[in-house]
Design a protein. Structure first.
Length: 576
């Protein structure tokens, strides 16, 4: 360890969290940057949103000043193939404004159909998804196992469960099926999962806080209503905590609230954002982890008997490497060091570092953020994030979108409301390198961004990114990857498992190495990325074999395929 690195660690240890603020932050210093590797980075991103028809802005409160916290957190989006034509479509969650819209119609969620020719068509009205309100997050799964992607959308207010009829239209069935939630709940995140392995998708929903506009003080009225001496909206600290709910899908397709029976209500006192559902300890059962804002993050281990136990602190994912709570926002899941274990990356508020929770085995984690070189940009408020192989070299990189929550910063403060994106290249030795300056003009572009969805929208073999921007249209970051590295795509269909195969873990073997990815519902920040799994192959020309651990508990081995292929694997058709 260098002297500079040791100094950075000492400074971190001596920097306590600022508890007089409304949000957890430590004013953590930037760790020293290591010498650049000098290797070219061949992925380059250009924002082509306006060229492709993504022109409708996302409204979230007053764009110039946020009086209440409900105006600040933004929304997610979903990359899904709702019409099953092989091209990723896009669903964008919209929100609202406290001042109302007068005679103007309020904004709605948007559904854009990918026409396969480099453009999107707005099909919101014909698809029946033009709902208005204080939207937040979105997750997708085949709720009724009919082969079509359905959508759950969270709100400050009743939630939506949009059931896809397979004919291009959706119908909200949340109330009838029992998942609309309380009238005044501020739901934030959601994820589908099959926690009891019965082949039907269940639903987990997080609530950010119990927000009451009438009882919330205006900016500057208390110590939790300022940011470094500047009056800002209050919270989250000092406002009522949020909650989490688990809904079990019954055989008739309706849901029952099993929050208490499953042990979920035992965890308390948090401001919950993005949940992910994945088998984090490799026991064949899906666990739940969610990022919490200014409170410890929560990990529910699946006890295999219909119950969960909260073990975030004892497994190392509740706090940072020094035991401080953080302003957690988004989560990515992958295997960045290719040891076959699922790791986590979590974004946090400004003045802090992200977390790189390395899985050491059995679902026990170690925060490796300093040693991995990811503690160099504490100035950003991080939101959407993913482990994703951007350059197809066979190593999962990290893509992070950023944006502050206080537009008042634009009035002269040193910090900025609009912030650039960050790309960290995986060097393959446990370390990452900031290659943002090498990754194209769209990375340096400044927005106050929140959700991010990852997928190959143009089916050219590399990963693109769609980003939600506060008060602006989404950004569509098209990846123009050069070089000879190729990829392979894995598409799963459950039979005994839920048809979406959410909760499956896939390992490929190619050229003597292995890579592992899970099939997720929600991740990033309140968003749904492509459930088709993308594996970069580097110089390998084929995949030798694919091992799938299905949500049902069954493990199968499948033959591989050539680089550039899409392998569609059905449960029960491989080798035990």
């Amino acid at each position: 360890m260098t002297a500079a690195s040791r100094l950075a660690i000492v400074l971190l240890l001596l920097t306590p969290p600022l508890r007089t603020q409304g949000v957890a932050t430590r004013n953590a210093p930037a760790a020293p940057r290591q010498r650049a590797s000098g290797r070219p980075f061949l992925a380059s991103f250009e924002d082509v949103a306006s060229k492709t028809g993504l022109t409708a802005p996302v409204t979230v409160g007053n764009p110039a000043a946020k009086k209440y916290i409900v105006e600040a957190n933004g929304t997610g989006l979903a990359a899904i193939d709702f019409d099953r034509d092989g091209w990723l479509d896009l669903f964008v969650v919209n929100s609202s404004r406290l001042e109302g819209f007068g005679a103007t119609k309020p904004p709605t969620n948007k559904l854009y159909r990918n026409n396969g020719k480099g453009a999107f068509t707005d099909v919101t009205a014909s698809a029946g998804v033009g709902h208005s309100g204080w939207g937040n997050g979105v997750c997708s799964g085949d709720v009724d196992n009919d082969g079509d992607d359905d959508l759950f959308v969270t709100y400050w207010g009743p939630n939506l469960l949009l059931i896809n009829d397979g004919k291009g239209t959706f119908k909200d069935e949340a109330s009838r099926l029992g998942v609309a939630g309380p009238e005044k709940e501020w739901s934030s995140g959601c994820t589908f999962l099959d926690y009891d392995r019965d082949g039907r998708l269940d639903l987990f929903v997080t609530s950010y806080q119990q927000f009451d506009l009438a009882k919330t003080p205006p900016p500057g009225k208390a110590s939790n209503c300022e940011w470094k001496g500047m009056p800002v909206f209050c919270g989250p600290r000092g406002l009522p905590f949020g909650s989490a709910a688990l809904f079990h899908q019954k055989a008739d397709g309706t849901f029952e609230n099993v929050t208490d029976a499953a042990g979920i209500s035992a965890a308390r006192d948090f401001y919950a954002f993005t949940p992910i559902a994945a088998d984090l300890n490799g026991d064949g059962f899906t666990d739940i982890y969610f990022a919490s804002d200014s409170t410890p993050s929560i990990l529910f281990r699946n006890e295999k008997n219909g119950k969960f136990r909260e073990i975030g602190t004892e497994t190392g994912v509740a706090f940072n490497e020094h035991g401080f709570e953080q302003g957690g926002m988004g989560i990515g899941v992958g295997d960045y060091n290719r040891d076959g274990l699922l790791d986590l990356v979590k974004t946090n508020f400004a003045g802090d570092h992200p977390n790189l929770y390395r899985n050491t085995g059995g679902g026990i984690f170690e925060d490796a953020v300093l040693g991995a070189g990811l503690a160099i940009n504490p100035q950003f408020v991080g939101w959407g994030v993913a482990f994703v192989d951007l350059d197809n070299d066979g190593w999962q990189d990290i893509f992070q979108v950023n944006g502050h929550v206080y537009p008042e910063l634009d009035r002269g403060a040193k910090e900025q409301y609009r912030q650039p994106r960050v790309v960290y290249r995986n060097l393959g030795n446990g370390r990452f390198e900031d290659v943002s300056s090498l990754a194209g003009p769209a990375i340096a572009a400044r927005h106050s961004s929140r959700g991010a969805a990852f997928g190959d929208f143009d089916n050219d073999g590399d990963i693109d990114v769609v980003v939600m921007n506060m008060g602006e249209p989404p950004s569509f970051l098209r990846n123009s990857l050069t070089g000879s590295a190729r990829s392979i795509r894995i598409v799963l269909e459950g039979v005994r498992s839920n048809r979406s195969a959410i909760g499956a873990v896939v390992t490929i073997e190619a050229a003597g190495s292995k890579q592992t990815l899970p099939v997720l519902s929600q991740s990033s920040f309140l968003s749904q990325s492509d459930r088709r799994l993308h594996f970069g192959l580097g110089t390998a020309t084929k995949v030798d074999r694919v091992v799938v651990r299905w949500p049902s508990g069954q493990q199968e081995t499948f033959d591989g395929g050539d680089a550039g292929a899409t392998l569609k694997l059905e449960e029960g058709s491989g080798r035990p």
